[in-house]
Design a protein around this ligand. Structure first.
Ligand code: FES
Length: 127
């Protein structure tokens, strides 16, 4: 995984408060603007992991219904379209049509219980 370089302070946007994501659960966030993909966050073991909501297989959103990104046992992220299974900690695909590929991680900053992400998180490549 490539290193994530923190953006300057003015280039962050608020995602949500950490207590708005239940422990061992996920929450989706709509695209920030046209030309952006949505994001989703998973809270587990006291940590929060945020990814771009775009499956490496076909580029579609992963959830099969609102905020449902996890397997039944909540151990993995699962794509609702073809069932690819991803490790929560790093987004690597462990099983499915995009085996070995990974979700795009999003850098986060947590301050006073509020999660912020770089303002350009989820921006789709031009073209
Ligand atoms: S679109 Fe996600 S596994 Fe096919």
């Amino acid at each position: 995984m490539e290193d994530l370089i923190p953006p300057p302070p003015e280039a962050w946007r608020r995602l949500c408060r950490i207590d708005e994501i239940p422990e061992d659960a996920a929450r989706g966030f709509p695209p920030a603007a046209p030309g952006f993909a949505g994001l989703f966050a998973v809270r587990r073991g006291g940590e929060v992991h945020v990814y771009v909501n775009s499956c490496p297989h076909l580029g579609v959103s992963l959830e099969w219904t609102t905020d449902r990104f996890l397997s039944a046992d909540r151990a993995h992220i699962v794509c609702g379209t073809h069932g690819a299974t991803f490790r929560i900690a790093d987004g690597v695909c462990l099983r499915g049509p995009c085996y070995g590929a990974a979700l795009t991680p999003v850098l986060i900053e947590i301050n006073d219980g509020t999660i912020r992400v770089p303002a350009d998180s989820g921006r789709r490549p031009a073209g």
